[in-house]
Design a protein around this ligand. Structure first.
Ligand code: 13P
Length: 247
């Protein structure tokens, strides 16, 4: 199963649901539809209304983040995994570099993963090195640290998807070479196998994925799908990625 996950970030108002209508129409008719899953993570404000509309449709909805506590608490503006589940989210991103940059620590991320799974959300756990790490050839050691500090065997691997998003690639149009990406993905899967003591969870790539590079990624069969930012904000660009991937 491949995953095409659209992360809208700070984008979208109620009428933006028209984008999902078009993506869902394509997805529902596509002969290849059983090979992949489409998940969209709109902002918190839209999860309830979109989930209600798409309840019995193919697209699934998720959140972009969750708070590191369960149920209710007295943290202003915080949204818990319990609250997300109650409005129809099936997935949540955890550890996106935007949120790590705003102060999410490994300890907080571990709590987020724990409470998300407890509330029956699947976690898309994001990792990635910055430009300096890459230039200093620290990519693999950074990724290993990010994975081993947060993920544990007790988190059933079926509830976890890992998204590798090099920070220098997000929104820049720059992507790793296919050799680099293959090597990195294989390494991530090796670490995950050691953590979970069995087969690795799915590993996605994110960072400047669009219709023009989708086919290049197809050559790397170790990649189980994509976390897509900018190109998920219009139906055409998002559908182009799927079309070109399966061309
Ligand atoms: P872009 O696809 O815009 O580079 O964003 C990637 C990303 O951060 C998705 O979470």
């Amino acid at each position: 199963m491949k995953y095409f996950i659209g992360n809208w970030k700070m984008f979208g108002v109620p009428k933006s649901i028209s984008i999902l209508h078009k993506i869902n129409a394509y997805y529902s008719r596509d002969k290849k539809r059983n090979k992949y899953k489409v998940i969209i993570t709109p902002p918190y404000t839209l999860i309830e209304s979109y989930s209600r509309y798409f309840k019995n449709k193919r697209i699934s909805l998720g959140a972009q983040n969750c708070y590191h506590r369960d149920y209710f608490s007295s943290n202003t503006a915080a949204i818990s995994p319990y609250m997300l589940k109650s409005v129809g989210a099936k997935y949540t991103l955890v550890g996106h570099s935007d949120n790590r940059g705003e102060g999410d620590t490994d300890v907080m991320l571990k709590e987020k993963v724990k409470y998300a799974i407890k509330n029956n959300l699947k976690v898309v756990f994001c990792i990635g090195e910055n430009k300096k790490d890459k230039n200093n050839k620290k990519t693999l050691s950074v990724l290993k640290r990010q994975l081993t500090k947060v993920l544990e065997k007790k988190f059933n691997k079926n509830n976890i998807i890992v998204a590798y998003e090099p920070i220098w690639s997000i929104g820049t149009g720059k992507i790793p070479t296919s050799n680099e990406l293959r090597k990195t993905t294989i390494y991530i899967k090796k670490i995950l196998k050691a953590i979970f003591k069995k087969a690795s969870p799915a590993v996605l790539y994110g960072g400047s994925v669009d219709g023009s590079n989708a086919q290049m990624f197809k050559e790397i069969k170790e990649i189980d799908g994509f976390l897509i930012g900018g190109a998920s904000k219009t139906s055409k660009k998002f559908i182009d990625i799927i079309k070109n991937y399966y061309r």
